[in-house]
Design a protein around this ligand. Structure first.
Ligand code: S3P
Length: 168
């Protein structure tokens, strides 16, 4: 299989964006972040979008965004935590699961960061979502990296793996 893009998946706060930016730089690829693209295109924050147009509309925007990104190659694409549960990830994507424990996520996300995420306002609900999604992430991923470690180590493991693959 020749992969056209690298797609990072995982729960809110697992570090997809931070890992993706460094990974893209090291691999000399472009970095794309689905949530940021949607916010820019819609001229609205994710929270406001959820409130004004609803979650279902947001999921359609996610699908459209990832489909459009798949028109190009050689990118590291960071997705929102719900994308793998609601959208089809384009074929020829090297899907990588950034795996963390829920306790690590709780430690990493400041209250400001939680406020930005409508599905993280209620911690009990967030934990239930986390439990529900683990199998989806594992199922869709070609490779899992343990992200309960330093970002340098995570990127190191990923670069090692990716360089062994055929990625455009
Ligand atoms: C969501 C995750 C968020 C964002 C939206 C919904 C989810 O992205 O797409 O708030 O359903 O898990 P992050 O994973 O970057 O926080």
């Amino acid at each position: 299989m020749i992969y056209e893009n690298i797609v990072l998946i995982g729960f809110m706060g697992c570090g997809k964006t931070s890992v993706g930016k460094i990974l893209a730089r090291q691999l000399q690829k472009k970095f794309k972040d689905v949530d940021s693209i949607i916010e820019k295109e819609q001229n609205s924050s994710i929270s406001d979008l959820f409130e004004s147009k609803g979650e279902e509309h947001f999921r359609q925007l996610e699908q459209k965004c990832i489909d459009e990104l798949a028109q190009n190659r050689g990118q590291v694409i960071s997705t929102g935590g719900g994308l793998p549960a609601y959208c089809t990830i384009p074929d020829n994507s090297l899907v990588i699961y950034i795996e963390t424990g829920f306790d690590v996520i709780l430690n990493r996300l400041s209250s400001q960061e939680r406020d930005k995420r409508p599905l993280f306002h209620d911690e009990t609900r967030a934990k239930a979502l986390f439990d529900e999604r683990i199998d989806i992430y594992k199922d869709k991923a070609i490779f899992c990296v343990d992200a309960d470690q330093s970002i340098q180590l995570i990127v190191h493991v990923l670069v090692d793996f990716i360089l062994d693959q055929r990625v455009l």
